[in-house]
Design a protein around this ligand. Structure first.
Ligand code: FMN
Length: 330
C-alpha cells in the first residue's frame, strides 16, 4: 500500500496518510475570530492534497490567551464562521480537525492579567511563570470549557476534535511528573495524571456520541534540561496512552515538550521512539510529527516501525503544496 492511498485515520476518511499538524499562524482577529487569511491558508492546504488538516490551536476560553491573534472557539458566534471554512475545505476534498487548547504557563500573551492555571505551582522552566494550583472547581470548569468547545467544533462541521496535550499547555502539564506534583486523584500515579483528560473525553463522547473522532496530541517525553529530575518518560507516556486508548481516544499524534529545540534542518523523526512504542501497544492510529521530511524515510517507518501516518508543520508553512512534492519523490 502506498502512503498516497486513501485510508482511515482515527475514524476519519482521508485521501492519503499525511496530516497537517496544528500550526498557529497568527491569523485570528483580536478576539480569535477567523479571518479571510485563516480561510485562505486552510484552503491552500486542501488544494495541496493534505489528507487531514489540523487547525491552529484554538483557545477554549478568552480569559487566557496563549499567543497573539490565536484562534478561539469559546462561544457560539464562532460556529457559522468556522462552518464556512470547513465547507470550503471539504469542497476541495480535504478533511479538517480543530485543535482545542487551554494555555497554562507555557506561553501567555498577557501574563500580568491572565489567571494562569496549572496542576501545581511549579515555575515554568521557559517562561519563569508560576501557575496557580487548580482546585476542584477549577478542574471542573476547565473540563466544561473543553467539552463546550468540542460541541461547537462538531456543530461547525469539523471532522473531529484534537485535544492539545503537548508543548507545555495545560493538559500536558498534568501528564508531566515534573510539573504535576499533586497527591490527590489528579496526580501521583499515571492513572491520576490522565484523569482530567479522561473526564474531558468521557463527557465529549457522552454528548457527541462514540463515533465522533476525538484525537489527542501528546508529549511523549519532557526533554528537560540537565539537572531537572522527573520529566515525562516514553515509558510513562505509553502507559498513559494505553489508558486513554481504552477510554476511547481515536488517534494519537506524538510530539514532545522540546520540539522546538531540535534542529529542523538536520534532525529527523525525533519522536519515533514514543510513536513506535505506543503503536505497538494499542490498536488506535498513531501520527508521528516532528522532522518528517523525506518520502523514503516515511516509507521505511511505515514498513518497519508500525507507524503509518505522518504530520508536518514547517514544511507546509513554507509550501502548502509540499505533499505534491513528496508524491513526485515517491
Ligand atoms: C509557527 C508554528 C506554530 C505552531 N503552532 C502549533 C499549534 O498551534 N499547536 C500544536 O500542537 N503545535 C504547534 N506547532 C508545532 C507543530 O505542530 C509541530 O509539532 C512541530 O513544528 C514539529 O513538526 P515539523 O518538524 O513538521 O515542523 C507549531 C509550530 C510552528 C513552527
Amino acid at each position: 500500500m502506498s502512503l498516497f492511498d486513501p485510508c482511515v485515520i482515527g475514524g476519519i476518511e482521508s485521501r492519503n496518510h499525511f496530516v497537517r499538524s496544528a500550526t498557529w499562524r497568527g491569523t485570528g482577529d483580536d478576539d480569535g475570530h477567523p479571518t479571510e487569511k485563516t480561510k485562505q491558508i486552510l484552503c491552500d492546504l486542501a488544494d495541496g492534497d493534505v489528507g487531514v488538516i489540523i487547525t491552529s490551536f484554538a483557545c477554549v476560553d478568552n480569559y487566557e490567551k496563549s499567543l497573539h491573534n490565536m484562534l478561539g472557539i469559546y462561544d457560539d458566534s464562532f460556529i457559522p464562521e468556522y462552518k464556512e471554512i470547513v465547507d470550503a475545505v471539504h469542497a476541495r476534498g480535504g478533511k479538517i480537525v480543530m485543535q482545542i487548547a487551554h494555555g497554562s504557563s507555557q506561553s501567555q500573551e498577557h501574563p500580568e492579567t491572565a489567571r494562569i492555571l496549572g496542576p501545581s505551582p511549579v515555575k515554568d522552566l521557559n517562561t519563569r511563570i508560576i501557575p496557580q494550583e487548580m482546585n476542584y472547581d477549577d478542574i471542573a470548569a476547565v473540563v466544561k470549557l473543553f467539552v463546550s468547545a468540542a460541541v461547537r467544533v462538531k456543530k461547525a462541521g469539523f471532522d473531529g476534535v484534537q485535544l492539545h496535550c503537548a508543548h507545555g499547555y495545560l493538559l500536558s502539564r498534568f501528564i508531566s511528573p515534573f510539573y504535576n506534583r499533586r497527591l490527590d486523584e489528579f496526580g501521583g500515579t499515571m492513572k491520576n495524571q490522565v484523569r482530567i483528560i479522561e473526564a474531558i473525553l468521557m463527557s465529549i463522547k457522552a454528548i457527541l456520541g462514540d463515533d465522533y473522532p476525538v484525537w489527542i496530541k501528546m508529549n511523549s517525553v519532557d526533554e528537560l534540561p540537565k539537572g531537572c529530575e522527573n520529566g515525562l518518560t516514553v515509558d510513562q507516556f505509553v502507559k498513559m496512552g494505553k489508558i486513554l486508548a481504552k477510554k476511547g481516544i481515536d488517534c494519537f499524534e506524538v510530539s514532545g515538550l522540546g520540539w522546538n529545540n531540535h534542529d529542523q534542518f538536520k534532525e529527523r523523526a525525533y519522536y519515533l521512539e514514543g510513536a513506535r512504542a505506543l503503536a505497538f501497544e494499542i490498536d488506535k492510529d498513531v501520527i508521528l510529527t516532528g522532522g518528517m521530511r523525506e518520502y523514503d524515510m516515511m516509507k521505511k517507518i511505515d514498513q518497519n516501525q508500525g507507524v503509518h501516518f505522518f504530520g508536518f508543520s514547517r514544511p507546509l508553512i513554507k509550501d502548502p503544496y509540499f505533499i505534491k512534492k513528496l508524491e513526485a519523490e515517491a
